[in-house]
Design a protein around this ligand. Sequence first.
Ligand SMILES: NC(=O)c1ccc[n+]([C@@H]2O[C@H](COP(=O)([O-])OP(=O)(O)OC[C@H]3O[C@@H](n4cnc5c(N)ncnc54)[C@H](OP(=O)(O)O)[C@@H]3O)[C@@H](O)[C@H]2O)c1
Length: 229
Amino acid sequence: MKEYKRVVAITGVSRGLGRAMAEEFARLGHVVLGCGRSKREIEELQKELGAPHDFAIVDVASDEEVRRWAERVLKTHGAPQLLLNNAAMINRNARLWEVPAAEFSQVIDVNVKGVVNVIRHFVPAMLKAKEGVIVNFSSGWGRSTDAEVAPYCATKWAIEGLSQAMAQELPAGMAAAALNPGVINTGMLQSCFGKSASSYITPERWAKTAVPYLLRLGPADNGSQLTAP
Ligand SMILES: NC(=O)c1ccc[n+]([C@@H]2O[C@H](COP(=O)([O-])OP(=O)(O)OC[C@H]3O[C@@H](n4cnc5c(N)ncnc54)[C@H](OP(=O)(O)O)[C@@H]3O)[C@@H](O)[C@H]2O)c1
């Protein structure tokens, strides 16, 4: 894909990798459409980056909230050229049989159904525009496993599978792929790694190389298992 200015839709921009990517894409002159649930952080980001960037309070687990968000921003900004399904959560470290049913459901609802809700409401417009790359955030734990994060692993292995299957459905000129972003010191990493999370890179440093990498993705990457540099 050429290095032109893109409209980039990113879920989960209130903190972590999503926020760092939103700031870096905006700094490079691209237009960011972002969402998250935390009202204060979303409003702060809107104030910080301003128009034409657009940040909305949306729970990706709600198909109806995603539908309304997509309908509004597709009208104002057109179809995104890059759709980043970044929003996700991790279960509190626990053996699988100790994970409460409600927590297990929430991890599935956000990490799997949330991604599909976003695909459902954005991809038809991208198909009409006949271009675009969809990147579904996976994990090292979408290709390997560890104890105490089984629910999270299950969702990221699902992301790898649905991304590859979806890649077979897209017309030539478009791409869908799963991305392992690496290991970055965010709230999510602190939840599963504890104090040792602080020895990993910051989201801001990660975004400096990850964003140019994401901008270089194109049709040749369709169906790939990507890993951020
Ligand atoms: N950090 C790592 O080392 C690492 C490693 C491998 C993979 N990943 C993947 O990278 C992505 C980003 O992770 P991160 O480390 O940046 O996580 P994080 O710091 O916990 O941030 C997660 C983001 O997702 C948003 N989010 C969560 N549930 C949501 C929902 N229902 N609707 C809308 N937004 C929601 C959160 O905002 P709200 O709470 O405001 O909604 C937040 O902005 C995830 O897909 C994660 O699995 C991260």
